[in-house]
Design a binder for this molecule. Structure first.
Ligand code: ATP
Length: 303
Protein backbone atom coordinates (compact mmCIF):
# COMPACT_ATOMS: atom_id res chain seq x y z
CA UNK A 1 0.00 0.00 0.00
CA UNK A 2 1.35 3.47 -0.86
CA UNK A 3 1.29 5.66 2.15
CA UNK A 4 1.68 9.37 1.98
CA UNK A 5 1.37 12.18 4.51
CA UNK A 6 1.26 15.92 3.67
CA UNK A 7 1.76 18.81 6.05
CA UNK A 8 1.98 22.56 5.50
CA UNK A 9 3.87 25.39 7.20
CA UNK A 10 3.51 29.12 6.57
CA UNK A 11 5.92 31.67 5.17
CA UNK A 12 6.54 34.54 7.59
CA UNK A 13 6.82 38.27 7.58
CA UNK A 14 8.75 40.20 10.20
CA UNK A 15 6.61 43.15 11.26
CA UNK A 16 9.45 44.24 13.54
CA UNK A 17 13.08 43.23 13.25
CA UNK A 18 15.63 45.01 15.44
CA UNK A 19 19.13 43.59 15.11
CA UNK A 20 21.77 43.72 17.85
CA UNK A 21 25.53 43.85 17.34
CA UNK A 22 27.46 41.00 15.73
CA UNK A 23 28.26 38.40 18.41
CA UNK A 24 31.54 36.53 18.71
CA UNK A 25 29.81 33.40 17.33
CA UNK A 26 28.89 35.24 14.10
CA UNK A 27 25.16 35.52 14.94
CA UNK A 28 23.07 38.53 15.96
CA UNK A 29 20.53 38.87 18.76
CA UNK A 30 17.24 40.14 17.41
CA UNK A 31 13.89 41.39 18.60
CA UNK A 32 11.52 40.04 16.01
CA UNK A 33 7.77 40.11 15.62
CA UNK A 34 6.81 37.27 13.32
CA UNK A 35 3.46 36.98 11.57
CA UNK A 36 2.49 33.90 9.57
CA UNK A 37 1.21 34.49 6.05
CA UNK A 38 -1.41 32.44 4.27
CA UNK A 39 1.25 31.46 1.73
CA UNK A 40 1.95 27.85 2.68
CA UNK A 41 4.73 25.44 1.84
CA UNK A 42 3.54 21.84 1.56
CA UNK A 43 5.74 18.78 2.08
CA UNK A 44 4.53 15.26 1.30
CA UNK A 45 6.31 12.17 2.56
CA UNK A 46 5.43 9.11 0.50
CA UNK A 47 6.66 5.54 0.43
CA UNK A 48 9.52 4.98 -2.03
CA UNK A 49 11.20 1.94 -3.57
CA UNK A 50 14.82 2.24 -2.51
CA UNK A 51 16.18 2.71 1.01
CA UNK A 52 16.91 6.38 1.70
CA UNK A 53 15.24 9.73 1.04
CA UNK A 54 14.69 11.07 -2.46
CA UNK A 55 13.36 14.58 -3.06
CA UNK A 56 11.25 16.30 -5.67
CA UNK A 57 9.82 19.77 -6.06
CA UNK A 58 6.95 21.55 -7.76
CA UNK A 59 5.51 25.06 -7.72
CA UNK A 60 2.09 25.81 -6.22
CA UNK A 61 -0.15 27.21 -8.99
CA UNK A 62 -0.96 30.91 -8.53
CA UNK A 63 1.52 31.34 -5.65
CA UNK A 64 4.16 34.10 -5.44
CA UNK A 65 6.75 31.55 -6.65
CA UNK A 66 4.50 30.82 -9.61
CA UNK A 67 4.53 34.58 -10.37
CA UNK A 68 8.33 34.37 -10.37
CA UNK A 69 8.20 31.38 -12.73
CA UNK A 70 5.92 33.33 -15.10
CA UNK A 71 8.31 36.32 -14.92
CA UNK A 72 11.22 34.00 -15.74
CA UNK A 73 12.73 34.84 -12.34
CA UNK A 74 12.61 31.47 -10.60
CA UNK A 75 15.79 29.49 -10.61
CA UNK A 76 15.12 25.93 -9.37
CA UNK A 77 18.88 25.52 -8.92
CA UNK A 78 18.53 27.76 -5.86
CA UNK A 79 16.74 24.91 -4.08
CA UNK A 80 19.20 22.05 -3.74
CA UNK A 81 17.45 18.66 -3.71
CA UNK A 82 20.21 17.10 -1.63
CA UNK A 83 21.14 16.65 2.01
CA UNK A 84 21.48 20.43 2.46
CA UNK A 85 17.79 20.95 1.72
CA UNK A 86 16.03 22.19 4.82
CA UNK A 87 13.15 19.76 4.26
CA UNK A 88 15.63 16.87 4.20
CA UNK A 89 17.33 18.19 7.34
CA UNK A 90 13.99 18.57 9.13
CA UNK A 91 12.94 15.03 8.19
CA UNK A 92 16.34 13.63 9.21
CA UNK A 93 16.13 15.39 12.60
CA UNK A 94 12.82 13.64 13.33
CA UNK A 95 14.22 10.26 12.21
CA UNK A 96 17.28 10.73 14.44
CA UNK A 97 15.07 11.43 17.44
CA UNK A 98 13.36 8.05 16.81
CA UNK A 99 16.77 6.32 16.54
CA UNK A 100 16.27 5.78 12.82
CA UNK A 101 18.71 6.68 10.08
CA UNK A 102 17.81 7.94 6.61
CA UNK A 103 18.52 4.46 5.19
CA UNK A 104 16.11 2.77 7.60
CA UNK A 105 13.27 4.10 5.49
CA UNK A 106 12.43 4.36 1.80
CA UNK A 107 10.59 7.61 1.12
CA UNK A 108 10.28 10.56 -1.20
CA UNK A 109 9.93 14.10 0.12
CA UNK A 110 7.93 16.23 -2.26
CA UNK A 111 8.22 19.99 -1.68
CA UNK A 112 5.52 22.21 -3.13
CA UNK A 113 6.96 25.72 -3.13
CA UNK A 114 4.73 28.74 -2.75
CA UNK A 115 6.95 31.15 -0.77
CA UNK A 116 9.53 33.07 -2.85
CA UNK A 117 13.00 31.53 -2.64
CA UNK A 118 15.65 33.68 -0.91
CA UNK A 119 12.96 36.33 -0.44
CA UNK A 120 13.12 37.00 3.30
CA UNK A 121 9.90 35.06 3.94
CA UNK A 122 11.43 31.92 5.42
CA UNK A 123 10.38 29.51 2.67
CA UNK A 124 13.18 27.05 3.35
CA UNK A 125 12.39 27.23 7.06
CA UNK A 126 8.74 26.45 6.31
CA UNK A 127 9.86 23.42 4.28
CA UNK A 128 11.88 22.21 7.27
CA UNK A 129 8.88 22.64 9.57
CA UNK A 130 6.42 20.98 7.17
CA UNK A 131 8.84 18.08 6.62
CA UNK A 132 9.25 17.60 10.37
CA UNK A 133 5.48 17.45 10.86
CA UNK A 134 4.96 15.18 7.85
CA UNK A 135 7.74 12.76 8.83
CA UNK A 136 6.51 12.74 12.43
CA UNK A 137 3.08 11.56 11.28
CA UNK A 138 4.42 9.26 8.53
CA UNK A 139 6.54 7.21 10.94
CA UNK A 140 3.47 6.36 13.01
CA UNK A 141 1.36 5.62 9.93
CA UNK A 142 4.11 3.35 8.54
CA UNK A 143 4.42 1.51 11.85
CA UNK A 144 7.99 2.72 12.40
CA UNK A 145 7.11 4.67 15.56
CA UNK A 146 4.43 4.15 18.17
CA UNK A 147 3.75 7.83 18.87
CA UNK A 148 4.39 11.26 17.39
CA UNK A 149 6.95 13.58 18.94
CA UNK A 150 5.20 16.40 20.82
CA UNK A 151 5.35 19.95 19.45
CA UNK A 152 7.69 21.01 22.30
CA UNK A 153 10.28 18.46 21.13
CA UNK A 154 9.85 19.44 17.47
CA UNK A 155 10.52 23.07 18.48
CA UNK A 156 13.79 22.03 20.19
CA UNK A 157 14.87 20.00 17.15
CA UNK A 158 13.94 22.91 14.86
CA UNK A 159 16.15 25.60 16.44
CA UNK A 160 19.53 24.23 15.22
CA UNK A 161 18.14 24.02 11.66
CA UNK A 162 17.62 27.78 11.44
CA UNK A 163 16.39 30.76 13.44
CA UNK A 164 13.03 30.84 11.60
CA UNK A 165 12.20 27.11 11.73
CA UNK A 166 10.58 27.12 15.20
CA UNK A 167 8.21 29.91 14.14
CA UNK A 168 7.29 28.01 10.98
CA UNK A 169 6.16 25.15 13.25
CA UNK A 170 4.10 27.45 15.43
CA UNK A 171 2.61 30.01 13.01
CA UNK A 172 0.28 32.79 14.20
CA UNK A 173 1.91 35.85 15.74
CA UNK A 174 4.98 35.53 17.97
CA UNK A 175 7.83 37.53 19.42
CA UNK A 176 11.24 36.00 18.66
CA UNK A 177 14.25 36.66 20.91
CA UNK A 178 17.74 35.14 20.83
CA UNK A 179 18.48 34.78 17.11
CA UNK A 180 14.71 34.61 16.58
CA UNK A 181 14.22 31.05 17.80
CA UNK A 182 13.12 31.84 21.38
CA UNK A 183 9.43 32.32 20.79
CA UNK A 184 6.68 33.87 22.83
CA UNK A 185 3.36 33.31 21.05
CA UNK A 186 1.02 36.34 21.05
CA UNK A 187 -2.61 35.38 21.27
CA UNK A 188 -4.90 37.07 18.78
CA UNK A 189 -8.36 37.02 20.39
CA UNK A 190 -11.21 35.75 18.29
CA UNK A 191 -12.93 38.58 16.48
CA UNK A 192 -9.75 40.59 15.88
CA UNK A 193 -9.63 41.43 12.21
CA UNK A 194 -6.34 40.04 10.84
CA UNK A 195 -3.89 41.94 8.64
CA UNK A 196 -4.18 41.29 4.93
CA UNK A 197 -0.90 41.02 3.08
CA UNK A 198 0.04 41.40 -0.55
CA UNK A 199 3.39 40.25 -1.93
CA UNK A 200 5.65 41.60 -4.64
CA UNK A 201 8.30 38.95 -5.30
CA UNK A 202 11.57 40.25 -6.65
CA UNK A 203 13.16 39.06 -9.85
CA UNK A 204 16.37 38.43 -7.89
CA UNK A 205 17.12 36.94 -4.47
CA UNK A 206 19.22 38.28 -1.62
CA UNK A 207 21.52 36.16 0.50
CA UNK A 208 20.63 36.55 4.19
CA UNK A 209 24.30 36.42 5.37
CA UNK A 210 25.24 39.08 2.77
CA UNK A 211 22.54 41.45 4.05
CA UNK A 212 23.65 40.98 7.68
CA UNK A 213 27.26 41.61 6.58
CA UNK A 214 26.25 44.85 4.86
CA UNK A 215 24.44 45.91 8.06
CA UNK A 216 27.54 45.22 10.21
CA UNK A 217 29.92 46.94 7.77
CA UNK A 218 27.57 49.91 7.35
CA UNK A 219 27.13 50.30 11.11
CA UNK A 220 30.91 50.25 11.59
CA UNK A 221 31.23 52.94 8.91
CA UNK A 222 28.38 55.03 10.43
CA UNK A 223 26.09 54.52 7.41
CA UNK A 224 23.34 52.91 9.48
CA UNK A 225 22.24 53.73 13.06
CA UNK A 226 23.97 51.84 15.87
CA UNK A 227 22.01 48.93 17.36
CA UNK A 228 19.52 49.66 20.15
CA UNK A 229 20.90 49.15 23.67
CA UNK A 230 17.84 47.05 24.60
CA UNK A 231 16.23 44.85 21.98
CA UNK A 232 12.49 44.81 22.42
CA UNK A 233 9.36 44.64 20.29
CA UNK A 234 7.21 47.69 21.23
CA UNK A 235 4.17 46.78 23.36
CA UNK A 236 2.17 49.36 21.38
CA UNK A 237 2.70 47.39 18.17
CA UNK A 238 1.59 44.12 19.74
CA UNK A 239 -1.42 45.86 21.25
CA UNK A 240 -2.39 47.44 17.93
CA UNK A 241 -2.27 43.98 16.32
CA UNK A 242 -4.26 42.17 18.99
CA UNK A 243 -7.03 44.57 20.00
CA UNK A 244 -10.55 44.46 18.65
CA UNK A 245 -10.87 47.99 17.22
CA UNK A 246 -11.66 48.08 13.47
CA UNK A 247 -8.53 47.33 11.43
CA UNK A 248 -8.77 50.64 9.51
CA UNK A 249 -8.40 52.53 12.82
CA UNK A 250 -5.40 50.45 13.89
CA UNK A 251 -3.50 50.49 10.58
CA UNK A 252 -1.91 53.97 10.89
CA UNK A 253 -0.39 53.02 14.26
CA UNK A 254 0.75 49.62 12.98
CA UNK A 255 2.30 51.22 9.89
CA UNK A 256 4.15 53.79 12.02
CA UNK A 257 5.63 51.12 14.31
CA UNK A 258 6.90 48.69 11.63
CA UNK A 259 10.68 48.37 11.67
CA UNK A 260 13.33 46.33 9.93
CA UNK A 261 17.04 47.00 10.52
CA UNK A 262 17.84 44.86 7.46
CA UNK A 263 15.76 46.98 5.09
CA UNK A 264 18.37 49.70 4.44
CA UNK A 265 21.17 47.17 3.82
CA UNK A 266 18.84 45.19 1.52
CA UNK A 267 18.15 48.41 -0.46
CA UNK A 268 21.89 49.13 -0.64
CA UNK A 269 22.48 45.69 -2.17
CA UNK A 270 19.44 45.88 -4.45
CA UNK A 271 18.72 49.58 -5.13
CA UNK A 272 15.65 48.93 -7.31
CA UNK A 273 13.88 47.79 -4.12
CA UNK A 274 13.43 51.44 -3.16
CA UNK A 275 11.36 52.06 -6.29
CA UNK A 276 9.13 49.07 -5.60
CA UNK A 277 8.65 50.12 -1.97
CA UNK A 278 7.71 53.65 -3.03
CA UNK A 279 5.38 52.71 -5.88
CA UNK A 280 3.56 50.10 -3.77
CA UNK A 281 3.18 52.50 -0.80
CA UNK A 282 1.61 55.10 -3.12
CA UNK A 283 -1.25 52.76 -4.11
CA UNK A 284 -4.57 53.69 -2.51
CA UNK A 285 -5.29 50.18 -1.20
CA UNK A 286 -1.88 49.92 0.51
CA UNK A 287 -1.48 50.98 4.16
CA UNK A 288 2.24 50.17 4.30
CA UNK A 289 4.93 48.52 2.23
CA UNK A 290 8.07 47.03 3.70
CA UNK A 291 10.81 44.48 3.32
CA UNK A 292 10.51 41.34 5.44
CA UNK A 293 13.67 39.93 7.02
CA UNK A 294 16.59 40.15 4.60
CA UNK A 295 14.28 40.76 1.63
CA UNK A 296 13.88 41.32 -1.21
CA UNK A 297 10.18 40.36 -1.34
CA UNK A 298 8.15 43.53 -0.74
CA UNK A 299 5.23 43.00 1.60
CA UNK A 300 2.15 45.19 1.48
CA UNK A 301 -0.38 45.59 4.26
CA UNK A 302 -3.71 46.17 2.56
CA UNK A 303 -6.60 48.34 3.77
P1 ATP B 1 15.19 33.60 5.65
O1 ATP B 1 14.32 34.80 5.55
O2 ATP B 1 14.66 32.53 6.54
O3 ATP B 1 16.63 33.89 5.87
P2 ATP B 1 14.73 33.30 2.85
O4 ATP B 1 13.24 33.23 2.88
O5 ATP B 1 15.35 34.59 2.42
O6 ATP B 1 15.26 32.86 4.24
P3 ATP B 1 14.87 30.68 1.69
O7 ATP B 1 13.98 30.58 0.52
O8 ATP B 1 14.40 30.08 2.95
O9 ATP B 1 15.28 32.20 1.90
O10 ATP B 1 16.26 30.00 1.29
C1 ATP B 1 17.52 30.58 1.37
C2 ATP B 1 18.55 29.57 0.88
O11 ATP B 1 18.42 28.34 1.62
C3 ATP B 1 18.37 29.18 -0.57
O12 ATP B 1 19.10 30.02 -1.43
C4 ATP B 1 18.85 27.74 -0.63
O13 ATP B 1 20.21 27.68 -1.01
C5 ATP B 1 18.74 27.22 0.80
N1 ATP B 1 17.68 26.19 0.97
C6 ATP B 1 17.82 25.00 1.55
N2 ATP B 1 16.66 24.31 1.55
C7 ATP B 1 15.77 25.06 0.93
C8 ATP B 1 14.39 24.88 0.61
N3 ATP B 1 13.71 23.77 0.95
N4 ATP B 1 13.76 25.89 -0.02
C9 ATP B 1 14.44 27.02 -0.35
N5 ATP B 1 15.73 27.22 -0.10
C10 ATP B 1 16.40 26.26 0.55
Amino acid sequence: MTRSVSRTAPGKVNLYFAVGPLRADGYHEVASLYAATDILERVTVSAGEQPGITQSMSVAPGSPVDQQVVAGAFDPALVPLDESNLAYRGAAAVLGEKDLSTTDIAVNLHIEKAVPVAGGMGGGSADAAAAMKAMNAYLVEAGLATSELPLERLLELAAPLGADVPFALLGGLAVGAGVGEKLTPMEIPEGVEPLRFGFVPSTSGLSTPAVFRELDDGRAAGRYPAPDAALEVPRDLIEALTTEAPLANRLPKIAALLRNDLAAPAVTLLPELELTLGSEAAKPQVAASFVSGSGPTVIKILF
